[in-house]
Design a protein around this ligand. Structure first.
Ligand code: FES
Length: 143
């Protein structure tokens, strides 16, 4: 039978290995954003919501409140990977307090730059986040 002490050491070793791989593969900004995400919450009765399920099967939802053409509150939810959390966090920070015109020119490339670049196999997470934002904004335009 495995002892508590051995089990805890095994868990700690696995945790350290995971953190080592994260730090090897991802920028410091990506790690900071997903370990301490900003705006990772649901807004009750938002002005507009966008929700998309990406080709990877992960879902992103972005909710916004806008007053006088300025984003006054934004939240996101995702059931996706750590990178999608980092993308939602950084994107919502880029949007908060901006005018709708300023928000409309945010691209997945700009989000990728803001995160100091994602590994190639995770760049699609930026596309999912920005497309979800655009879906929400399109609804706002049509109101
Ligand atoms: Fe699907 Fe990151 S792997 S959003």
């Amino acid at each position: 039978m495995i002892k508590d002490k051995d089990f805890n050491k095994m868990v700690n070793d696995i945790q350290k290995k995971i953190e080592h791989y994260e730090e090897t593969d991802f920028s410091k900004k990506v790690i900071d954003e997903y370990r301490n995400p900003n705006n990772f919450y649901a807004i009750e009765n938002p002005d507009v919501t966008g929700e998309i399920k990406g080709p990877c099967g992960d879902t992103m939802k972005i909710m916004l409140n806008v007053e006088n053409d300025i984003v006054v509150d934004i939240g996101f939810l995702t059931d996706g990977c750590c990178t999608s959390i980092a993308c939602g966090s950084m994107l919502t920070k880029m949007v908060q307090g901006k005018t709708l015109k300023e928000v409309s020119i945010i691209t997945s490339e700009k989000l990728n730059d803001a995160l100091d670049g994602l590994p190639e196999n995770h760049v699609h997470c930026t596309v999912l986040a920005v497309n979800t934002l655009k879906k929400a904004l399109n609804k706002f335009d049509r109101r």
